[in-house]
Design a protein around this ligand. Structure first.
Ligand SMILES: Nc1ncnc2c1ncn2[C@@H]1O[C@H](COP(=O)(O)OP(=O)(O)OP(=O)(O)O)[C@@H](O)[C@H]1O
Ligand SMILES: [Mg+2]
Length: 396
């Protein structure tokens, strides 16, 4: 037997696994690395986040990804080159993190790698009847396995699509296993590049659980900052937006975009939410061109209102829910003050009180998905396909 398959067999048969979860979302801020000790599987899953860090992307890394990111026309040569290159960069980041944590690569059972989304194209976006849902992540798992010497599970989204999903959001699978409490309806909001939320009604069989994207998270805000304040990476605490004036006429026009009224579950990406198209929309329809501060002020409220409108529409009993917030957008004080004003009552808490700090949650989710793949978990939640996800790459 291939020794790596024998090793994989032993890991799969064990009740305790050391899994590194990786996440690099559409914000392109960096690679989240969560070293998790996971015991059990399915509803018995217990996760201890032993170590976590976000390794920031340098401008060179960002530029190489941006060359092939969320655009209809790119150089196919550059895409082909960036795919293994990014996997090598991610591998070096993992090995450096392990060195910092004084942990040998041989102590890690599995790497669970999300990869970097370069294009998300559900049918609702491309509307080409010859094709179905599609999504594309780069940073190939074979390269990570070879460079780190660790068995790698990657490319989780393809199986979800193959089984009938949109490939996103996958948060529901981990949220059900880690945060469901019987009798306690719960909302878990994640504000990454795109915002999504999970609703857990608190039933023992996850009946009624759902997940959906709501629209933009940080993506529009970050893109505007990159354009007008190139020395900054994002609008820290929403300070620039706080200095601007909200234009309600423009806000209401943007809120009329069809995506916001489409039925859930739905997914989207920066392919649809692009600040310059919104600027063109307000210029052509209203003759208004906002200055950067007013633009950020209006986009911050757009982000908040589209999140809260969607939650209120989909979860009529939202007032009775316990609420958790995760993702970088939860650090944006202005954005969160809008959200808390629009949904008065209990604030969105950091899930750290349940042992999973908000900034680690997406990376932990992929560790949990890999754990399910190894243990054979196949739970069906609502309309979501019942499959274990990811491709397995052996290091030799
Ligand atoms: N203090 C802060 N003030 C304002 N914005 C912040 C702050 N801290 C982080 N952010 C925002 O959070 C972003 C990073 O968020 P996150 O890492 O959750 O997104 P992501 O990598 O796109 O992940 P996802 O997969 O969830 O889309 C930054 O680009 C920035 O816009
Ligand atoms: Mg990130």
């Amino acid at each position: 037997m291939n020794v790596q398959i024998e090793k994989l067999y032993k890991i799969a048969a064990s009740n305790k696994r050391c899994i590194i979860g990786l996440m690099s979302g559409t914000s392109l801020d960096g690679l989240d690395i969560a070293l998790c000790q996971i015991t059990g599987a399915g509803v018995q899953t217990k996760v201890e986040v032993k170590h976590f860090k976000t390794v920031s992307y340098s401008n060179k890394i960002k530029d190489n990804i941006l060359a092939v990111f969320a655009k209809k026309n790119i150089s196919f040569e550059v895409l082909t080159l960036v795919n293994p290159w990014l996997a090598k960069i991610h591998s070096e980041m993992i090995l450096d993190a392990l060195k910092d944590w004084k942990i040998k690569p041989s102590e890690i059972d599995i790497i669970a790698s999300h990869g970097q989304t370069v294009f998300h194209s559900p049918f609702r976006l491309h509307k080409n009847k010859n094709f179905g849902n599609a999504t594309f992540q780069i940073g190939d798992g074979d390269h990570i396995a070879i460079h780190t010497g660790i068995i790698t599970v990657s490319d989780f989204r393809q199986k979800h699509i193959a089984a009938g999903g949109e490939g996103a959001p996958l948060a529901l699978y981990g949220d059900c296993l880690l945060f469901n409490e019987i009798g306690v309806p719960t909302i878990l909001l994640n504000i990454g590049g795109i915002s999504n939320f999970t609703y857990l009604p608190g039933t023992d069989n996850f009946d009624g659980a759902l997940v959906t994207d709501t629209g933009p998270g940080n993506t529009l805000l970050d893109a505007v900052v990159k354009q007008f304040y190139p020395h900054l990476s994002f609008d820290l605490d929403g300070e620039i937006a706080s200095s601007g004036k909200i234009n309600y006429e423009v806000l209401n026009l943007w809120k009329s975009l069809p995506f916001f009224s489409e039925a859930i579950p739905k997914t989207t990406g920066p392919e649809l939410f692009e600040w310059s198209s919104l600027m063109t929309m307000s210029k052509e329809n209203l003759g208004i061109v906002l200055n950067p501060q007013d633009l950020l002020a209006t986009l911050t409220l757009l982000t908040a209102e589209t999140i809260t409108d969607c939650i209120k529409r989909v979860v009529p009993n939202w007032r009775e829910t316990r609420r958790f917030g995760s993702g970088g957008g939860c650090h944006n004080k202005l954005l969160m003050s809008h959200i808390h004003r629009l949904m008065p009552g209990s604030n969105f808490m950091n899930p750290s009180i349940l042992g999973i700090p908000g900034d680690t949650k997406e990376a932990v989710l992929f560790a949990v998905l890999a754990n399910e793949t190894l243990s054979g978990g196949k739970t069906l939640y609502g309309d979501n396909p019942s499959v274990c996800m990811g491709k397995i790459s052996l290091p030799s």
